[in-house]
Design a protein around this ligand. Structure first.
Ligand SMILES: Nc1nc2c(ncn2[C@@H]2O[C@H](COP(=O)(O)OP(=O)(O)O)[C@@H](O)[C@H]2O)c(=O)[nH]1
Ligand SMILES: [Mg+2]
Length: 180
């Protein structure tokens, strides 16, 4: 195991189970973050937790995708101390298992580079999404000089050095510089 898959999940449906079952054979550990989903989703999360290599952690209340990602990344880094990095994927079946695994393998070979699962934006994608990506792409290029074809993708491979364990989380009073 050298990469951990992190899936933030808010009110997921059965597609999450399909994704997790597809990932199970790969042997990669998966951390699912239940981001304060309603009680009705309890069955989905129980089924998820019963799948080999899957662990479910949860927020008591809904904190949003960013917070769910941070919690999942932090958990992955603390629990799998030798992991090379984290792959993030959505809980709504948007990302095919084959693509998630392709990003995981690229990350394993990438050393310290960020790996992005880039979406296509054909004409039948809603105009709002195409404009949004075009704007953020232009802004990102202007600010950082790099042309990313998809700045908003939920499928990302993030190397360990890019992840700062526990930053933004409370640290023990006795050790203000401590990391996990
Ligand atoms: N919309 C939403 N998604 C969340 C939240 N917390 C975690 N997520 C997860 O974040 C991922 C991306 O959300 P999604 O609605 O699919 O975004 P999109 O793919 O950009 O349209 C999914 O796996 C959600 O389950 C939240 O508070 N709101
Ligand atoms: Mg999605």
């Amino acid at each position: 195991m050298s990469v951990v898959i992190v899936i933030p999940a808010y009110q997921p449906g059965a597609l999450l189970i399909e994704t997790l079952e597809g990932l199970a054979a790969s042997g990669y550990p998966v951390v699912v973050v239940n981001d304060g989903s309603a009680e009705e989703c309890h069955t989905i999360f129980s089924r998820a937790a019963a799948i080999p290599n899957v662990e479910v952690i949860e927020h008591a209340v809904n904190l949003g995708k960013g917070a769910a990602l941070r919690a999942g990344m932090n958990h992955a880094l603390c629990r799998y101390r030798r992991a090379q990095g984290v792959v993030t994927a959505d809980a709504d079946g948007q990302h095919r298992v084959a693509d998630i695994l392709a990003v995981a393998r690229d990350l394993e070979g990438a050393n310290t580079e960020l790996v992005l699962g880039v979406r296509q934006f054909p004409k039948d994608v809603p105009l709002r999404s195409r404009i949004g990506n075009s704007l953020t792409r232009t802004l990102f290029r202007a600010l950082y000089g790099q042309d990313l074809r998809d700045t908003q993708t939920g499928l990302r491979g993030v190397p360990r050095p890019w992840l700062r364990p526990c930053s933004g989380h409370a640290t023990p009073a006795t050790s203000s510089n401590s990391t996990c």
